[in-house]
Design a protein around this ligand. Structure first.
Ligand SMILES: [Ca+2]
Length: 274
């Protein structure tokens, strides 16, 4: 049975399924959803990527700047319940050689719709949000911060603080590819995402709660300080991401720049403005 183990292995979530993963403070109910790219930049109405939950992924170019004091990742997602997908990878950083010096941000359908962050160097640790945190109904904004000095991981859902966890390891963060929606190098462990993904960002620092709240809302100013990746996913066509105005970072759909079976599909479904 898969476990969603607390960082530091203090508790085992699977043993606490009926009372939540962590017992930490729970934020207020989810607020309304925001929009990823106000007004759209590449497309007329904004776009997103629809991943099939089988073998779809986007390979992002390695990013420098993750080896500082902290990391923040946020994204919009609209997952689809799927009998065959229990672990939906959102964004992962992994070496082709294995799981050393990696992180994986994912949705755990098999663990009651929690968000999970895995960290690994020579050992692996996992932390997760409360049970049932993420809705299957529509779009959600998700984020985590990882303070690499204090080894503290914090989860946010729809801009609201969800929970905080103490890790015991702080993996190295050299220049390795990032994988959006799954990692084909690891075969059955690829954990392909099933559903829609939209605007994905990575900062090389820990955003504070007010900054994460702003990041989850339309029209609110979002810090550009140490912003390393911004993929609006508004291209709406083609094989590349990261080509819209304001984007940082770049990536290719599926196995290469040609059309292939691992290409996510472009969709005009996107978070609604509010
Ligand atoms: Ca392709």
């Amino acid at each position: 049975m898969d476990k969603c183990t607390h960082f530091g292995a203090f508790l085992l979530c699977w043993a606490l399924l009926n009372q939540g993963c962590d017992g930490f403070f729970q934020g207020p109910d989810a607020v309304e959803h925001g929009v990823s790219s106000p007004g759209g930049t590449c497309g007329a109405t904004g776009a997103s990527l629809l991943l099939d939950g089988v073998d779809d992924f986007v390979r992002l170019e390695p990013v420098s700047g993750l080896d500082g004091d902290g990391i923040t990742v946020d994204a919009w997602l609209r997952p689809l319940p799927s009998a065959h997908v229990q672990k939906h990878d959102i964004l992962a950083r992994r070496s082709p050689a294995g799981h050393a010096d990696s992180f994986t941000f994912r949705l755990r359908a098999d663990m009651g719709r929690r968000l999970e962050l895995g960290l690994a160097n020579l050992q692996g640790e996992w932390g997760c949000t409360s049970m049932g945190a993420l809705s299957w109904d529509g779009w959600s904004h998700v984020a985590f911060t990882h303070d690499r000095l204090s080894r503290t991981v914090t989860f946010y859902l729809d801009g609201q603080w969800d929970s905080q966890h103490q890790a015991t390891i702080s993996p190295g963060m050299g220049d390795l590819p990032l994988w959006l929606g799954g990692d084909p190098l690891h075969g059955p462990t690829a954990r392909p995402f099933h559903g829609w993904l939209d605007q994905v960002r990575v900062w090389g620092r820990v955003l504070d709660p007010s900054e994460v709240l702003s990041a989850s809302r339309t029209g609110a100013p979002v810090s550009q300080e140490a912003l390393l990746v911004r993929l609006s996913l508004d291209e709406g066509s083609g094989q590349r991401v990261g080509s819209c105005p304001g984007d940082l970072g770049a990536g290719v759909l599926g196995n290469g720049t040609g059309e292939d079976e691992s290409d996510p599909r472009w969709s005009d479904d996107a978070p609604s403005p509010w």
